[in-house]
Design a protein around this ligand. Structure first.
Ligand code: DQQ
Length: 580
């Protein structure tokens, strides 16, 4: 059995505490005291490990993205923020604005505790654009000091003619939704964007029923003021608490266009995403929504069994919004740190937002596709291209001529034969993460592992592998493709929490081709396999491969040749990032 490092144990303790505490954010005094007594490795606090083009405020703790919206030419992002330090606590809604989702300007916090129904916390929520174009924000307020008793509040812009929406007003009729009946008041939060049909607004609130059943309660309103709970939840599953639910329509006509949240029609499917508090990952299903019965049914009956994830790495509490300017649906997600709380305190910052992603339904109808918003390409600078380069078994090729600590890499691989694919161990056939843990980048395979070593040192002692590995499953003609990020060699700093992350890729590789894109940004590697079918974000903290010392390689640790038919790597510029 693999020996768990100190940080991994600390995470397990945290998960256990979460379950016992029954709320997702508790201040772990013991953990922090223990962590604070340990020396922080100098490389961890190197400012070159702060991300360059991922969303981040100049300092302090960040968690969930809140109420993303577009208003009068500006994109708005609110987020859970601790103005006083680099650990969770004192949460307010910080607020930034942008005209391109890439260059950000920080404004004053938009929502802070100020009324009885949010006096002890302003937690996550969403925005809804009302018919006259006014955005309304629904958010969770904590209204008791002793327990995290949760209610839902609304806020409106104080001055609708201000495109920056600097000031928000909380009307006197707050709270608008309170936990009644048997609802667990300490697990009742994160209202969604509302949608409207037949003269009624609806929104969801995440909760847990009978201790173990994740639920999305539906509330309905005619006037956006008085909200009534529908008796049956929209959906539920035995997964534990559902945080930050998100529910939205997607077009099933094979196109990429996004749909406004109230749109319905014959060629429309729905996505329900929940952030599973017990696992700290975001899972979704694709299904149908019956408006009359207020019921959602996933197409795949096994879908609630932790099947599809937006991202198989470090990505949580995500939220989508419809962008009317470019008719697309955009996904924001929070990527926490993977080092210790004492490291975070020493760094003075913790948490980033993943690059916003356009999401749409795969033509198969079975899953979503995700791709970095096109605006990110404006940051591309100097580039290097490789073409038709065969990588022999055991060989690696360095991509030289540019700095790659902050880079965007797109690569297409060709694999001519699947004959050498490894047999798939049936015991691991449905557990990508364990499979990758057992067959990491260093374990020689048949077809693969092949892919990229990013944030690698010159001697490759430090490297983060992002790769594919192909398996043959008994009785299954179609080869099984695993995509994996293996950061176990990403840093010489001991005891970091660096698990391998992996997901299966639903692609027919017997056609011989697969693509990979990696956004590398100093301490984050965000990768998109097969055109965005499988995505993995990892946080890594190299101690050697920092700044100009970071290198990029293509590697093949299988027994069959792999051809890089095309690779382009771009240096990425630094955008305006909240004044940092
Ligand atoms: N974070 C918020 C909650 C939400 C959780 C508090 C998810 O509203 O459930 O900071 O990370």
């Amino acid at each position: 059995m693999r020996v768990l490092g100190r940080v991994a144990w600390a995470w397990l303790v945290v998960l256990l505490l979460l379950q016992l505490a029954g709320a997702s954010h508790v201040v772990y005094d013991d953990l922090e005291v223990e962590a604070a007594t340990e020396a922080v490795p100098p490389s961890i606090i190197d400012s070159l490990l702060r991300t360059g083009y991922h969303f981040q405020p100049p300092k302090n703790w960040v968690n969930d993205p809140n109420a993303p919206l577009y208003y009068k030419g500006w994109y708005h992002l609110f987020y859970q923020y601790n103005p006083k330090g680099a650990v969770w606590g004192n949460i307010v809604w910080a607020h930034s604005v942008s005209q391109d989702l890439i260059n950000w300007v920080a404004l004053e916090p938009a929502i802070e505790p100020s009324i009885p129904s949010d006096k002890y916390g302003c937690w996550s929520g969403s925005a809804t654009t009302l018919p006259d174009g006014t955005p309304a924000i629904m958010y969770t307020g904590v209204n008791r000091p002793d327990v995290n008793y949760q209610v839902q509040n609304v806020a409106y812009p104080r001055n609708k003619s201000d495109p920056l929406l600097r000031k928000w007003t909380k009307p006197a009729h707050n709270p608008i939704i309170v936990p009644e009946g048997s609802i667990n008041a300490t697990q009742f939060r994160d209202p969604t964007t509302a949608w409207r049909a037949d003269g009624h607004w609806r929104l969801l609130v995440g909760s847990v029923a009978r201790g173990t059943r994740g639920v999305a309660y539906v509330y309905r309103s005619r006037d956006f003021k008085r909200w009534t709970r529908v008796r049956r939840p929209l959906h539920s599953a035995p997964t534990g608490m559902w945080e930050c639910p998100d529910f939205y329509p997607v077009t099933a006509d094979g196109g990429r266009a996004g749909l406004e949240t109230s749109v319905s029609g014959p060629r429309v499917k729905y996505v329900l995403k929940n952030s599973l508090d017990l696992r700290r990952y975001d899972y979704y299903t694709v299904g149908t929504y019956d408006r009359k019965a207020e019921q959602y049914v996933p197409d795949d009956p096994a879908g609630d069994d932790h099947h599809l994830r937006y991202d198989y790495g470090n990505f949580y509490a995500s939220k989508t919004f419809y962008d009317p300017a470019k008719r697309r649906r955009i996904l924001w997600g929070w990527a926490n740190e993977s080092d210790t709380a004492s490291d975070d305190v020493a760094k003075g910052w913790a948490g980033i937002q993943a690059i916003p992603r356009t999401v749409w339904l795969d033509p198969s109808g079975k899953q979503l596709l995700q791709w970095p918003i096109e605006e990110v390409e404006a940051l591309r600078g100097k580039s290097v291209t490789l073409k038709n380069r065969v990588i022999k078994p055991g060989e690696h090729v360095e991509v030289t001529g540019l700095q790659t600590a902050q880079a965007d890499v797109e690569v297409s691989f060709e694999v001519s034969s699947m004959a050498g694919a490894e047999p798939l161990d049936p015991a691991l056939a449905s557990d990508a993460q364990r499979l990758c843990g057992a067959r990491g980048a260093g374990v020689t395979g048949g077809v693969g592992p092949f892919g990229l070593w990013v944030l690698a040192s010159a001697d490759r002692e430090e490297r983060t592998a992002v790769f594919f590995r192909v398996f043959r499953a008994a009785g299954n003609k179609k080869p099984v493709v695993l995509m994996c990020t293996d950061p176990t060699k990403s840093s010489l700093v001991p005891n970091l929490y660096q698990p391998t992350f992996a997901g299966f890729v639903d692609t027919d590789i017997s056609k011989g081709k697969i693509s990979l894109r990696s956004l590398i940004d100093r301490s984050v590697v965000e990768s998109f396999g097969a055109g965005g079918k499988t995505c993995i974000l990892s946080r890594v903290y190299p101690s050697l491969a920092i700044g100009k010392n970071a290198r990029l390689y293509v590697f093949n640790n299988g027994k069959s040749d792999v051809k890089v038919s095309h690779l382009t790597a771009w240096e990425m510029k630094k955008p305006l990032m909240n004044g940092a």
